[in-house]
Structure formats: C-alpha cells, structure tokens
Design a protein. Structure first.
Length: 603
C-alpha cells in the first residue's frame, strides 16, 4: 500500500466551535422537547434530504461530458465586453460547429459536447442594450466610448451588488420574452440520444463583492416559470431556495449549483444563514436538498482547496485565484476558510457529528463560465473567457485586466454517469450526484465504496454491476455498518482521455471529524510510470478508519504534466512564457464524494 501524504489537523474546531456548540444545543433541546411532547404537540421534524431518484432498470454505463455554465450576448456583462453571440451560437459550438468569436476570428471545438446549459444572468436578461441607452447616458457615457463602456460595467456591478436595478434598465415584458426565447431555443436544440440541452440561468448575488452566484438548472417535465429569479427579487440564498421549493410544488424539477466559492471571501460555505445565525438541522437539510452539487473548477480558478487550508497537500496549489471582485478590479485580501470545497466538506462532517445535519453534502462538477457562447477547455487552443482576454496578445501583453486573465484557466467540464443522453437521464444523474469534474480532459472516472469488496473485485468482467449491487457509487452514502464490517473498501477506475495525456496517479482524499477537530489526509492509491498510463485502478481499504468519525472520501486523478495555455500562447507570439506563471499544469478530475455517517451522527 503506498504511503499516504500525512497531514496535521487542518481545521481546528476553534474556528467553528461556537456554532457547533449552538447546533449541539439545538439538537439536544429538540430531542428533549420531542421526548416531553404528546402526539398532538410534537414539534415538526427536520426535513429529510430528498431520496435518490430510482433507476427503473440497469445501471449507468456511459460517462457524458458537458458544460452547465455558458453565457451569450443576453448576459449584460458579456454584451458590454463585446460578445454578440446569440443563443443559437452556444448550441452550435457545443455540437461541434464553428461560430464567430468576439475577437472576430472563427472558433470551433475539437470535440462536441454531450450536453449543455446556457445560463445567462437573470439580472437585466435581454436588456443589455439599455445599459447604453440615451435615457441613462448622463450617468454612463463619456465622449470616449471605451470610458462609457467601463462606466456602464461599473454601474451594472454596483446595481447587482446593491440588489437594486437601475430604473432605466427595467422592462419586465422584454425580460419575460427573452426567457421564453431561452426555453424555446433550448427545446429546439434538444436531440434525445445525441445531444441534451438543459434550461438554466444564473442568480448573481454579490454582497460587498463576495461571490455567492448560483446556476439554477431545470429538469424535464412541468411548465417552467414565466421568468427567472434574480438578485433583484432577493439577494438571499434562502429566498432563492424558497422560490425553487415553490416551483417543485408545481411539479418543476430544479436544483442550484454554487460556483466560484474561491471568490466568496469565506461567505459561500459559512455555517450560518444570511442573518448570521448558525444553521439549524432544518436549514442545513434545506441547503443540501436545494444545492446537491458545486462547481469545483472553471475559468476563474479551481476551488478544490488552497495551500493555506491544506499545507500538506503537494497538489493543493493548482490554478488558484483567491480574490473577490471589486468595482476597481480585484481585492486579494480574502478569507480562505469557507471559500473552498474540501474545507466545506470537512465543516459539514463536523456539523453532522454535532447536530446530525450536513449542509455541504454536495457532488462535484466542472464548467467553464465562458462569456462568449463557447467552452474553451483546450490548453493548446484556448480562446479566453470573452472579457478582455480574447487573443494571445491580449492575454499576455495588452489586456487592461492582464493580472487577472493570466491566472484564469482553460477549465472545466461537468461529467455524469447516465444510461442515456437525454434530459431525464442527465438531470437524474445530477440529482443523485453521480457526477465528476474535470479541468478539461475527458478522463473517465469510476468510484464505489462498500463493506465487502475484496482485492479481486476489479478483476471480474461484471465488476461494475457487482459494485452497484454491493456498494454505493460517487455521490452516495455508505449504508449502516454491521458488526462484522471492519473498514470500508473503495473501488477506483480511471481511463485517460483518448486524445489526452497519460495518467500520473490516482489519489483518495479523506476528511473526517472526531475528538473536537476536523482533519484530512491524501492517499496515493495508484501510480504510473513517468510517461503516464492509459488507465489506473485500485481496490483500497481505509487503513485509518474510525467507526466513530463522520467522514467523506473523494477521488482526485492527475495527468502527467502538459504545457499550460499561457505557454502555448507565448509560443504563438514568439516570446518567453511569463516567469510568474507555471509553464506546465497537471490536468485533473475530481469525483463526487462518498460519505460515511458515524452511528452517533445519525439522529
């Protein structure tokens, strides 16, 4: 067994101990009240997390790759920065067709996607031209056009941050018509079995520049709402969830996906609500139900973890952009705790142990957040986000945002295990969290856990069927441990991208809560020769398993090093790669976690 990367405890509970104490008291008081109450006066029980959608027959056999975060010219910020690509272009690009880029040159994906959600901002949807309309010119436009655009962008950001729309930019009828067009265009491009479209939008709360954005994705079925829910309806996540819950009452399937927690200054995964109160069991379960996934990697950085939070993890410093967006640029003085996914998973385990509720029980996906109707994930053909970074020369030499855009990434993709490429199957995979994220390559990653797997489990030709029958896949929770079960075993299988680099290693990341602190450890479970491998697999049993500690496990797969997009750009320009940027990166994939709930944590 390869030696683990050993770590000291990384999240002493002193930082969240007061909140956990309150949660424990709330849980104890709730239990005492229930014991004393009669059947007629018993308090309302916490809402349980939604059950996993059943599979009617068979198990998912195919990994499908898509992007659940793409903007077109209907997003006001994209339009202000030059994007004129209509909805049609986003679907054409995703299906492998060429489109006109904001730079003026055609772009075309090397490979088509399997599914796509266009998620234009709900705020000022379809009203982008009004930002430079004569009625608002006095507060926006100078004699110099570029200055006018800059002022318009700043005013746009200010109104969204304040959650108060500019009165000249409001047109409810136009917004509804644009939303109807969004739905109809997605329906028109949906091709069951070949290409799936999902309807979505972005809710863009940014209090004091702290990113709390969510992409809201709808499933198939009932008629969708007449318009999306914007920050002008409310900047509180709890109100977004209430709106989503009202949609479910009408039969609409819907989920929200937080993104860019790395830009949230600790706010995205804070164990408190919008009023600063500790999350109780009901609110924790509510968040987990409405937000079953998180976007862990995209153009504006990877949010898995941070070297400050995981100092013993040699691969933690990967495509980090830790800032919050300010009107004048970016503010690097941000809080890491509460801003990264692994940290949130650890805090969630502590909350589970204290009060039997884990608000951060989410699966992982990647997506791009492109603002040019495309999905730029290829390092050697990167076309930028679409905001002041649309050419190699802009990105490396002349962009007004050069410090930011050079830290942006050619990332990422959402991957799901599903039985078919249809709306019903893709959305069901998202709901049950049988998902993984990649930074761009189409690595195929399987991950299962169970109590009875053995060293030969992966050698059987029907191992996948047996894994589903005897264990749980990524996104699941280990079943109750019997007295004979000693430690869980995990099956991992990773296949390289058919046209990508070889695989370097497979790691299992574990986090747990016990004895007053949260901890984590990274285990190498499979390694390849220097040139990389076409596949890596392992059967791994946790050597440090503690049945009394609530834990999570997820897989991280790394490729061998390859040139970063900035190195490719430098070669195109005939200049040395920027010295302050890494010349190579190790592309990677992240599975959704598998959770273990310690017996005392099951209340």
């Amino acid at each position: 067994m390869p030696a683990p990367h050993r770590r000291r405890p990384t999240r002493p509970l002193a930082t969240i101990a007061p909140i956990l104490l309150v949660l424990a008291c709330l849980a104890r008081e709730s239990g005492e009240a229930a014991h004393e109450a009669t059947a007629d006066t018993a308090p309302e029980a916490p809402e349980a997390a939604a059950p996993l959608p059943p599979r009617s027959s068979g198990y998912p056999t195919t990994a499908y790759y898509g992007d659940l975060h793409v903007h077109t010219a209907l997003s006001a910020d994209a339009w202000l920065m030059g994007t004129r690509a209509p909805l049609e272009d986003a679907y054409r690009y995703a299906k492998g067709e060429p489109i006109d880029h904001v730079s003026g040159t055609p772009i075309q994906a090397r490979r088509a996607l399997d599914f796509l959600a266009v998620t234009d901002h709900a705020e000022y949807l379809g009203l982008q031209e009004r930002l430079l309309a004569p009625a608002s010119a006095s507060v926006l436009v100078d004699a110099d056009v570029s200055a006018g655009l800059s002022q318009a962008f700043a005013r746009l950001a200010l109104t969204i941050r304040a959650a108060r729309p500019h009165p000249d930019w409001v047109d409810e009828e136009r917004a509804r018509d644009t939303w109807r067009e969004t739905i109809e265009t997605a329906d028109r491009h949906d091709a069951p079995g070949r290409f799936t479209t999902l309807v979505g939008f972005e809710w863009s709360a940014s209090p004091e520049g702290r990113n709390l954005h969510r992409n809201v994705i709808f499933g198939p079925g009932a008629e969708l709402p007449a318009r999306p829910f914007s920050v002008f309806d409310s900047p509180r996540p709890e109100d977004l969830w209430s709106w989503m819950e009202s949609q479910r009452e009408r039969g609409v399937r819907v989920l929200a996906i937080p993104h860019n927690s790395n830009l949230s200054d600790g706010a995205m995964f804070a164990p408190i609500d919008s009023d600063g109160r500790p999350l109780d069991a009901i609110q924790a379960a509510r968040r987990a139900r409405n937000e079953p996934l998180v976007e862990v990697t995209q153009i504006k950085g990877t949010s898995e973890t941070h070297p400050v939070l995981s100092p013993g993890d040699e691969f933690a410093d990967f495509e980090i952009w830790s800032s919050k967006v300010s009107i004048d640029g970016v503010d690097p003085d941000v809080e890491a705790a509460g801003s990264y996914v692994r940290d949130a998973l650890r805090v969630g385990r502590a909350m589970q142990a204290a009060a039997g509720a884990d608000p951060f029980r989410f699966g992982l996906i990647g997506s791009t957040d492109s603002h040019s109707a495309s999905s730029p994930v290829e390092e050697d053909d990167y076309s930028g986000k679409g905001v002041q970074d649309t050419s190699a020369r802009l990105r490396l030499e002349t962009s007004p945002m050069i410090d930011a855009v050079q830290r942006w990434s050619a990332s990422g993709l959402a991957a799901v295990w599903a039985r078919a490429n249809t709306r019903a199957e893709i959305f069901a995979a998202l709901e049950r969290k049988e998902t993984f994220a990649t930074t761009g390559p189409r690595i195929a990653l399987r991950f299962f856990a169970g109590w009875r797997f053995d060293a030969g489990s992966l050698e059987r030709t029907d191992w996948i069927d047996r894994a589903y029958a005897a264990g749980v896949p990524m996104g699941g929770t280990l079943p109750e441990r019997s007295g004979r079960d000693r430690a869980p075993a995990f099956l991992v299988s990773a296949l390289k991208d058919p046209i990508g680099a070889g695989l370097d290693r497979v790691q299992i990341v574990k986090g747990w809560s016990a004895e007053g602190e949260t901890q984590e450890r990274v285990y190498d479970v499979a390694r390849a020769p220097d040139e990389g491998a076409s596949s890596l697999s392992a059967v791994w049993t946790d050597p440090d398993f503690d049945p009394g500690a609530a834990a999570f496990y997820y897989v991280r797969v790394l490729e061998v090093p390859t040139p970063r997009w900035s190195t490719h750009d430098a070669r195109v320009l005939g200049i040395p790669p920027p010295a302050h940027l890494p010349r190579t990166i190790q592309e990677r994939a992240f599975s959704s976690p598998i959770w273990y709930d310690a017996p005392q944590a099951r209340r």
